[in-house]
Every structure is written in structure tokens, then in C-alpha cells.
Design a protein around this ligand. Structure first.
Ligand code: SAM
Ligand code: SF4
Length: 330
């Protein structure tokens, strides 16, 4: 059994994102429809199954795990999983992506469990707009959650903002200023065409990283940073501040060549590329062979061979990927 995962394009896979629930307490317009049908709970991996999976990945050379969803922090007893993962020898970074709604009470316990970095989604600083974009009036709770995360002393706190034309594109400067004032980082994400959104045309709302960067340069001096993190962001430092600004541009192929990551969907499929359907059913392997970590590792090794060279998102026309982001894990 190898102790590293290397795909057929010679990329070393060291990073896995695990979606622990498809459910969420928000309904962001780019992620979900207002009415969603969620998976029967029996299809979700149990906490024990997730723990086994984490162990198998780390034994195969995975050094970074990010827990995501849906909203991971609304899954019952999820703190226990963070505590188990926090103890995995060989895991260098345990990370979380959250909408921030539960951080007031959970930030400190998560930090204590060993979570090093937290990404918190925040697309707007305007309450009415927040309600339009998430369909919930919870901006205040999220802002308090961000403060709780800063207080808890994570190594890195980062805002994730999805920018949509004519919804929030005029706020990019204010969002960076917010990050600068708080001494945290921020990444801007181009919307990805995942899932079918009944009420809107994604191409109409597309606002590119280049447009965002041009807007920011009117107010800030951005210096390209040589820093790379585990993720696909390209970073710039806001000169004379502690803040880095990242740009995630899935429509360009800029991150495929060096892609080091895979995802586990809420129902236990190992997804080899966010923009393709290649996957392996790890839940079946786990359930047919309970406790057999060797077979699980073997299934992961075999699946890595399926990792495609690059994604094939298309902006216009029908979405090719019918999975929603909450199942995939952003
Ligand atoms: N609920 C958590 C949150 O919102 O941070 C974690 C899951 S969410 C699916 C992870 C990230 O994916 C968030 O930053 C969200 O803004 C982003 N996201 C969701 N749908 C997206 C889409 N269609 N295109 C680009 N980013 C998206
Ligand atoms: Fe929920 Fe996150 Fe999707 Fe928004 S982006 S609906 S918070 S899972």
C-alpha cells in the first residue's frame, strides 16, 4: 500500500475536503434553491464512518483536511469529529469552511479541538442585501461569529465572498476594508455553475476576478504574494496591512495543473474534480467492510487514478454539473 497519493498526471494529492452535511441554515442564491430536498440521513456517512475515512486519508499521506458542507456546524455532535481529527498524527492542518452562524458558541471549542484555519462566508455588509443573498436575516450573528473566531486565536481567519454582478459587486472595496480593519484575509470567488438554479441565469451575474482586482486597485495597492496555500486562491498582499486578498477563478484553468485536492461528498463519494463527475463510492466500501481500513485505503488509491486533468465548466448553456455545492462541499 503506498503512503502517498499520486495521480496519473503526477500530481501529489495531499488535501481533502469533506462535506459532512448537505443541510444548511441559510439558502444562498448561488448555492441552493429556496426549497431544497435534502438527502435521507441514512445516506450520510455517520460520524464513525467519517472518522475512519479521515484516518485512512492521513495514512495515505493527506496532510490537510477541510470540513465543509452544507453548514458543517449544524450537524449534531460534529465537534466530536473535529476532536478526533485534531488528534490524527500526520495531519498538519485541520480547517473549516462555515457560514459563521454558529461561531459565537463554537469558535473556541473548535480552536481547542485543533482547528487551525477558518474560512467564513460573507458576501455583503448590508443587512437587507445579506437577507437577499442568503435568504436569512442573520448578518449580525455572522459578524459576531467572525469576532468570536478572531478572539479564539485561529492561525488564520479568512472571509470568502462570492461576487455577483448587480447583487454585491459594488461592495468589493468595503469588504476588503472590513478585512483590513479586522486584520484578517479575504478571498473573492467567481460563481461556479453547480446545480440548476431555477430563478436565475448565472451568465448574467458573472463578475470576474479581473474585474474585482481592477476595482480594488482604485483604493488599495495590491502586491502579488509568492505565498501559496493548500487551496486554489492566488494571493495579493494589501500593502501596509496584515491582509491578503485571494482570487479564486474557476473559469480559468489556472489551478488544474497543480491541483492537489479531492473531495468527499455528503453521501461518501470521493469526487476527483469539482468540475467533473468522476467519483468513487467510498460509502459502499465502508458499509460492506465495516472497520476494514485496508480495503478502504485500497479503494481510495484506485480512485485517485481516475482524477481528470482539468475541469470543464461552461458559463453559458445548461449546467453540466447537476450536483449542488452543498452536497459537493465548497
Ligand atoms: N456553509 C458553509 C459556507 O457557506 O461557508 C460551507 C459550505 S459552502 C458550499 C462553501 C463555499 O462555497 C462558500 O464560501 C460559498 O460561498 C461557496 N459557494 C457555494 N456555492 C457556490 C457557487 N455556485 N459558486 C462558487 N462558490 C460557491
Ligand atoms: Fe449554506 Fe454555505 Fe450554501 Fe450558503 S453557501 S446555502 S451557507 S452551504
Amino acid at each position: 500500500m503506498p503512503d502517498q497519493l499520486i495521480d496519473k498526471f503526477n500530481r501529489k494529492v495531499t488535501y481533502v475536503r469533506i462535506s459532512v452535511t448537505d443541510r444548511c441554515d441559510f439558502r444562498c442564491v448561488y448555492c441552493m434553491n429556496e426549497k431544497m430536498t435534502f438527502m435521507p440521513r441514512t445516506q450520510l456517512l455517520t460520524l464513525e464512518e467519517l472518522e475512519c475515512l479521515g484516518k485512512a486519508f492521513v495514512e495515505l499521506g493527506i496532510t490537510r483536511i477541510r470540513i465543509t458542507g452544507g453548514e458543517p456546524l449544524i450537524r449534531k455532535n460534529i465537534l466530536q469529529l473535529f476532536q478526533k481529527f485534531g488528534k490524527l498524527e500526520g495531519l498538519k492542518e485541520l480547517m473549516l469552511t462555515t457560514n459563521g452562524s454558529q461561531l459565537v458558541k463554537m469558535a473556541q471549542p473548535l480552536r481547542d479541538a485543533g482547528v487551525k484555519r477558518v474560512n467564513i462566508s460573507l458576501d455583503t455588509l448590508k443587512p437587507a442585501r445579506f437577507q437577499q443573498m442568503t435568504r436569512f436575516d442573520k448578518l449580525d450573528v455572522v459578524l459576531r461569529g467572525i469576532d468570536a473566531a478572531i478572539q479564539a486565536g485561529f492561525e488564520r481567519v479568512k472571509i470568502n465572498a462570492v461576487i455577483l454582478k448587480n447583487r454585491n459587486h459594488d461592495e468589493v472595496i468595503d469588504l476588503v476594508q472590513f478585512a483590513v480593519d479586522k486584520g484578517i484575509d479575504i478571498s473573492f470567488i467567481e460563481e461556479m455553475p453547480l446545480g440548476n438554479m431555477a430563478e436565475r441565469d448565472r451568465a448574467e451575474a458573472f463578475y470576474s476576478s479581473v474585474q474585482i482586482r481592477q476595482a480594488l486597485q482604485k483604493s488599495f495597492t495590491l502586491q502579488p504574494s509568492s505565498e501559496t496555500t493548500a487551496g486554489p486562491s492566488r494571493y495579493y498582499t494589501v500593502i501596509n496591512t496584515n491582509t491578503r486578498v485571494g482570487f479564486i477563478s474557476p473559469h480559468s484553468h489556472n489551478f488544474c495543473d497543480t491541483c492537489n485536492r479531492v473531495r468527499v461528498t455528503t453521501d461518501g463519494h470521493l469526487l476527483l474534480c469539482l468540475g467533473q463527475e468522476h467519483s468513487a463510492d467510498l460509502r459502499r466500501v465502508i458499509r460492506e467492510n465495516p472497520g476494514n481500513i485496508v480495503l478502504l485505503k485500497q479503494a481510495i488509491v484506485e480512485a485517485i487514478a481516475l482524477k481528470p486533468k482539468n475541469h470543464e465548466f461552461e458559463l453559458e448553456g445548461k449546467p453540466q454539473i447537476l450536483r449542488y455545492m452543498n452536497v459537493t462541499g465548497g
